[in-house]
Design a protein around this ligand. Sequence first.
Ligand SMILES: NC(=O)c1ccc[n+]([C@@H]2O[C@H](COP(=O)([O-])OP(=O)(O)OC[C@H]3O[C@@H](n4cnc5c(N)ncnc54)[C@H](OP(=O)(O)O)[C@@H]3O)[C@@H](O)[C@H]2O)c1
Length: 345
Amino acid sequence: MSIRRLRLCLVGFGNVGRAFAELLLREHDRLQSETGLDLAVTGICTARFGSIANPSGVDLQRALDRAIAGTPHGPHEEPTAFVASCHADIVVETTPLEPFTGTVGIAIIRAALAAGRSVASANKGPVAHDLRALKDLARRHGVRYRYESAVADGMPVFSLIERSLPCANVTAVTGLLNSTSGVVLQVLSEGGSVSQGIQRAQRLGIVEDDARFDLDGWDTAVKLCALSASLWDKPIHVADVERAPVSDVLATKALDARERGNRLVSMATLEWQRSNEAVQARVEIEEIGPESVFFALTGTSLGLCFETSLLQPLTISCSNPQLADTAYGLLADVLHIGFDDSCRT
Ligand SMILES: NC(=O)c1ccc[n+]([C@@H]2O[C@H](COP(=O)([O-])OP(=O)(O)OC[C@H]3O[C@@H](n4cnc5c(N)ncnc54)[C@H](OP(=O)(O)O)[C@@H]3O)[C@@H](O)[C@H]2O)c1
């Protein structure tokens, strides 16, 4: 098998960027022997810890060690200039979410696509706010924009829609999309409080800087916006998603549900309304029983059920996803881009 080098530039080297680097270090040789793709990181760009570029390959283990020690990688560079000039085929974008605008991520992805580089991104902001324009830009430059890990970590949501459900006419999507809410509701059902639930979620390392962002349904709302844009090319605004918060007010309800053998979940719903060609999106607190496909998804587990006009409801789930799952979502994107490029050459 002939070996083809695929050069990657990482913009963002925090939790997800580093987990991706660790996955590459672990799996590089197996991936090369199975696919013929030699995945090499040729650049890393961060906000506070500077950047590093080496056309023949960055020493990833050293970069990880420096990141953990808090040692700068090199000089500060603007990420848009960095992705335009770096020696890379694919930019792996993992900068922080800006839920209401997606501005920084959008600018970086635009700069990468315009420079003729494909993009794999874990950032749901650009998907929610600018998907159509980003896809157009990618098309015009003959490259790809993929974002598998932007919703539900490594769960294959977007590639399922794209590759496994062609013309299936998805009419609704429901599911559990926020791990912190799942953990906090579980703690309430055990007689604990929201702050105890947040502490448990923090010990698991899954809470946003501001836990209310998860518990008030904003995180799930952005994911629903990303799904709406991707499924139906129907962008909706985060503020238009109805949200019911997870709060201590639910404590008695959670205990009562448990006594009945049920449990409370934060259920995300996205519906295509054929009558007015509009999308309805909401995040509700729902009591579910053992008959629900989501009942077994406790703790941080996530799941989504697709309703289509051609299949019976189709559910996918992921038990207690970790950062390595998100990293795999990015790797899957990179490999899909690599395979697509192989088919074209
Ligand atoms: N964590 C998860 O489980 C998870 C799961 C799915 C998706 N995601 C998404 O993945 C993305 C990354 O999450 P994370 O947890 O890895 O975040 P994080 O730990 O905060 O890391 C963000 C990284 O982006 C860098 N950065 C910030 N602003 C930048 C800029 N303007 N230019 C260049 N680099 C910049 C930061 O640099 P410094 O290190 O210098 O600050 C840091 O390296 C987010 O969009 C998040 O929503 C996360």
